[in-house]
Design a protein around this ligand. Structure first.
Ligand SMILES: Cc1cc2nc3c(=O)[nH]c(=O)nc-3n(C[C@H](O)[C@H](O)[C@H](O)COP(=O)(O)OP(=O)(O)OC[C@H]3O[C@@H](n4cnc5c(N)ncnc54)[C@H](O)[C@@H]3O)c2cc1C
Length: 457
């Protein structure tokens, strides 16, 4: 089966749009990406946005299938666990997985996007129009209005079809919702984020353990830091946007200094410019996009964050978007009309993206509060121990999400609920792993969790 098209337009050449272009053109389509920003290749990248990301198995799997992974492999910094920093300056590493390969990777957002664009533009049938912003779309007439920002001109772009990979604030999604073609809701988190930096030491070395995702959990808020490959870390402070202790209340240099020094004294000592950065860098919004129906008339479809942006607390937004690209391509290979492609893509991805949205929201509480709780730490250690003893049936939810692309998000959510109850039951009254009744654990796991098929290795 093949699609009766020779040209596909994609709005947005971020990670989703750029990756999606690669398999689509391989199947014979001519793909034109319209990107509102200037060409990022060769530039320094945008400051003030999250400049590194956690890449995990789902994202890596998609990059490998697209033939891109080898080009970014060298820029990845492995993170083997969470380094949890207490208020008293203590630090302890909680490993992410059981096996050496079960790590996640920090990657520069800018570098990743640049590589994706380079690879996309090497393909014979891909073109990118930078500084071209999608402004409107007439779905019935199958024409989109794109603004050429460099020349101040409007350009009419045929939608045969138009795939909207224009991110969480998608113009296309809002337009389709305004026309009643889909339903869409954006639910903002009351917390925002701000980036700060921990520079390398004067020899270019790391000033904290390199291969970890650092977390300073403080209950109502938290600071995290991911390593870059140049000895620095990018730190991100998550804090309420409004209220007594919030981005809105911390306005003077003295109040910012006081807050950071009191709550994160060890991190503060590593961030010489944090007060200026706090004032200079924008406060980012976080939220979840819930859209019912991602497509209209076989003419337009949403993909990536445009369809299902999520909060970043499981480090899965981008990984999920890359999984979209694989799934979209697989659907395109199975059908001969775009309407059918879009319908199947939606049917497959909607339950999974809803599942990861829920998991990601839950993980905020886990990161900012529960990681410091001894009971939670025991349950985490037990989850890994149960995986060691019963690998065919028990895989910690974190591992299902981060290390097993073959396990759909919805399965991770469903099994995770059963497993959480079991961990609660087994740790009631236990202070250490030696106190656990593993006979009972085995019987309960056998009766409650069906064997799960995972790929070897
Ligand atoms: C603080 C933070 C931390 C995160 N950390 C992680 C992480 O560790 N791991 C992870 O997997 N995910 C993470 N994410 C999520 C990840 O950033 C997103 O899921 C991912 O960037 C989505 O890719 P996208 O291409 O769909 O959208 P975007 O990255 O938003 O790209 C959209 C592109 O479209 C362009 N565009 C927008 N509007 C228009 C228009 N009208 N016309 C033309 N072009 C347009 C934009 O310029 C951009 O290039 C994080 C997000 C945040 C906010």
């Amino acid at each position: 089966m093949s699609l009766p098209v020779d040209s596909v337009s994609i709005a947005g050449a971020g990670p989703t749009g750029a990756l999606l272009a690669i398999p689509l053109q391989r199947s014979g389509a001519h793909v034109t990406l319209f990107e509102s920003r200037p060409d990022p290749r060769g530039g320094a990248g945008e400051s003030g946005r999250s400049i590194n990301l956690a890449l995990a198995d789902r994202g890596i799997h998609a990059l490998k299938l697209a033939g891109v992974f080898d080009e970014i492999r060298g820029a990845l910094v492995p993170m083997r666990g969470r380094m949890v920093h207490g208020q008293d300056g203590s630090a302890s590493l909680q490993p992410y997985g059981l096996r050496p390969r079960e790590v996640i990777y920090s990657i520069s957002r800018h570098r990743l996007n640049e590589v994706l664009l380079r690879v996309a533009l090497r393909q014979p049938r891909v073109a990118v129009r930078f500084e071209h912003r999608l402004e409107d779309a007439d779905v019935e007439a199958r024409v989109a209005k794109v603004r050429d920002l460099r020349h101040g001109l409007d350009v009419s772009v045929p939608m045969r079809p138009l795939l909207a990979a224009d991110g969480a604030g998608s113009v296309m999604r809002r337009r389709m919702a305004a026309l009643g073609l889909i339903e869409a809701r954006e639910s903002d988190l009351e917390h925002g984020y701000k980036e700060l930096s921990i520079p390398a030491d004067r020899h270019g070395g790391y000033r904290m353990a390199r291969e970890a995702l650092h977390i300073w959990p403080r209950g109502g808020y938290m600071l995290i830091a991911l390593p870059n490959d140049d000895g620095s870390f990018t730190a991100t402070l998550f804090l309420p946007r409004h209220g007594p202790l919030s981005f809105a209340s911390l306005t003077s240099p003295a109040s910012i200094e006081q807050f950071l020094s009191a709550d994160f004294p060890d991190a503060r000592a590593l961030m010489p410019d944090c007060v200026a950065e706090f004032q200079r860098n924008p406060t980012g919004f976080l939220g979840t996009v819930h859209a019912a129906g991602w497509h209209a008339s076989g003419t337009a479809a949403l993909v990536g964050d445009a369809a299902h942006a999520i909060v970043p607390f499981h480090g899965q937004g981008l990984n999920c978007c890359f999984e979209d690209c694989l799934e979209f391509d697989a659907c395109a290979a199975r059908h001969s009309s775009w309407q059918d492609v879009f319908e199947e893509f939606y049917a497959i991805r909607k339950p999974d993206t809803e599942a990861i949205a829920a998991i990601s929201l839950e993980n905020y509480l886990e990161m900012r509060e529960r990681v410091a709780d001894p009971k939670f730490q025991l349950q985490q250690a037990l989850a890994l121990e149960l995986e060691r003893r019963f690998p065919a049936r028990f895989i910690p939810r974190y591992s299902m999400v981060m290390f097993h692309h073959e396990i759909p998000y919805r399965t991770a959510l469903e099994r995770g609920i059963i497993q959480a109850r079991l961990l609660e039951q087994l740790t009631a009254g236990a202070a250490a792993l030696e106190d656990i009744d593993y006979g009972l654990a085995g019987r309960e796991i056998e009766s409650r969790l069906a064997p799960i098929v995972i790929s070897p290795g």
